[in-house]
Write a protein that binds this ligand. Structure first.
Ligand code: BES
Ligand code: MN
Ligand code: ZN
Length: 495
């Protein structure tokens, strides 16, 4: 899908469909008023008859209005205030694209910028691009008869007033971000028998081939053994699939600039290992590589927009399966950092692969390290599916990530990482154990990681509740690609 932004007068603009807003109570937006004048009150007549009340996210399609060049006009209900709270605005945008996709229009022009329906024009544009991309997303590549692709190909964001030139950049960046989100969703939705660690490594190589600014390297198990990654390797022992440690280096900034390193959990299937999970919904553990997928998505997005920043992606990837050679509860392993770990529960495997990847990340002399992981079921209990959990050792970084989450409407919420929680990881036999009991499970998981991230500025995003949806609408969300790309854009802009 392509996007553009321009100033236009509604009645004269040629398009498959114009979308214009109507407020609750029947008041027309400025663009709707202009159309109404050219169309000899066709719109106000429809409203007087009660077919469109302006209720938020309601829509009504009108055909061939007199005096209007566009083939169709879609009236979009903006509610009383015209959105403005995040949820209402995204509902309005989703409803708009659902209605547009129900028409055969190949292009559409949305006059919604003049109506102040979002937190700012940039915010609304980002959300509109994301909603548009989401509306044409299909997860049926493995069906024998995939559905027909959407017909809508071009979306123009039209405004009565001349739009701020900077908004063109915002639209381009949002479109690139949407491509990254799509990659993250595609990878997340693939089943474990297709999306293996080797598959992720192939995808990373493919990304480097498509984007010359990315360099990919893949470490094999023998390389990891040499590096002393005993913790990561303990997780893959029950699997027949070889583990991979994937690195993607993007050089968009100054040569000497230290990179932001993104570390993504890439468990391509988490059965729990010997500490086997219960059977119900175990299929959803194919999503346990969504952190890795978000790293690949971010790399794709920033390369496409040519972001002026150095960013490195590190993806530890393997399966967590039971088997005769699998790690057993009580086993003690030595991590790359030299710290020893008593593995009391093989299902707490995310932290075991991340700790070695985080130690490895120090090699890149990072400015900042952010890890992204579907790490704890406890995070879903604490925060549900609305926000990602965030913990870290730097208040400025935490603030920047929270702000980026608001801007991209891909929000996170910070949890405390006080030292008082660390004692829950005390082990009788090793430097630490890999679980901290039921209390504060998301925090103790982060406490574990904190023991490996002392040498740099670090944040951890627990995306267990936000990376995918369960039930009827089961599927990967592509989160937190939006948050991360926005953070990197802000950083590149020196904010
Ligand atoms: N991948 C899971 C976390 C998870 C669970 C994400 C449910 C989304 C939904 C992780 O590897 C895991 O199994 N964590 C355990 C940790 C526990 C054993 C300390 C958990 O959360 O139950
Ligand atoms: Mn697990
Ligand atoms: Zn897991």
């Amino acid at each position: 899908m392509e996007f553009s932004i321009k100033q236009a007068s509604p009645a004269k603009l040629g398009s498959g469909c114009l979308a214009v807003g109507v407020f609750e109570g029947g008041k027309l937006s400025a663009a709707a008023q202009a159309l109404d004048r050219s169309a000899r009150h066709a719109i106000s007549d429809v409203i007087a008859r009660g077919d469109m009340t302006g209720k938020a996210a309601s829509t009504l399609l009108l055909q061939k209005l007199p005096g209007v060049t566009a083939t169709r006009v879609l009236l979009v209900g903006l509610g009383k205030s015209g959105g403005l709270n995040g949820k209402t605005t995204t509902d309005i945008l989703r409803a708009t694209f659902a209605a547009l996709n129900a028409t055969p229009a190949k292009n559409a022009a949305l006059f919604l910028l003049d109506d102040n329906i979002g937190k700012s024009a940039a915010w609304t544009l980002r959300q509109a691009v994301f909603a548009a991309a989401d509306s044409i997303y299909r997860a049926d590549s493995l069906k024998s008869k995939p559905a027909k692709a959407a017909t809508l190909k071009h979306v123009t964001f039209a405004a009565l007033q001349e739009a701020d030139a900077a908004l063109t950049q915002v639209v381009a960046a949002a479109a690139a971000t949407a491509h990254g989100v799509k990659l993250a969703k595609d990878l997340g939705n693939l089943p474990g028998n297709v999306c293996t660690p080797t598959y992720l490594a192939d995808q990373a190589h493919a990304l480097a081939k498509a984007q010359k600014s990315i360099k990919t390297t893949v470490l094999e198990e023998k390389d990891m053994k040499k590096l002393g990654m005993g913790s990561l390797l303990s997780v893959t022992r029950g699997s027949e699939q070889p583990a991979k440690l994937i690195t993607l280096e993007y050089h968009g900034g100054d040569k000497k600039q230290k990179p932001v390193v993104l570390v993504g959990k890439g468990i391509t299937f988490d059965s729990g290992g010997i500490s086997l999970k219960p059977g119900a919904e175990m299929d959803e553990m194919k999503y346990d590589m969504c952190g890795a997928a978000s790293v690949l998505g971010v790399m794709r997005a920033i390369a496409e927009m040519g972001l002026k920043l150095n960013v490195t992606g590190v993806i530890p990837s393997c399966e967590n399966l039971p088997g005769g050679t699998a790690t057993k509860p009580g086993d003690i392993v030595t991590s790359m950092s030299g710290q020893t770990i008593e593995i009391l529960n093989t299902d707490a495997e995310g932290r075991l692969i991340l700790c070695d990847a985080l130690t490895y990340a120090a090699r890149f002399k990072p400015d900042t390290v952010i890890d992204i992981a579907t790490l704890t079921g406890a995070c879903v209990i604490a925060l549900g599916h609305v926000v990602s959990g965030m913990l870290g050792n730097d208040d400025d970084l935490a603030g920047e990530l929270l702000a980026a989450g608001e801007e991209a409407h891909d929000r996170a919420w910070r949890l405390p990482l006080y030292d008082e929680y660390q004692t829950q990881l005390d082990s009788n036999f090793a430097d630490m154990q890999n679980i901290g009991g039921r209390a504060g499970g998301t925090i103790t998981a982060a406490c574990f990681l904190a023991r490996y991230t002392k040498d740099y500025r670090w944040a951890h995003l627990d995306i267990a509740g936000t990376a995918w949806k369960s039930g009827k609408d089961k599927g990967a969300t592509g989160r937190p690609v939006g948050l991360l790309v926005q953070y990197l854009i802000n950083k590149a802009n020196g904010a």
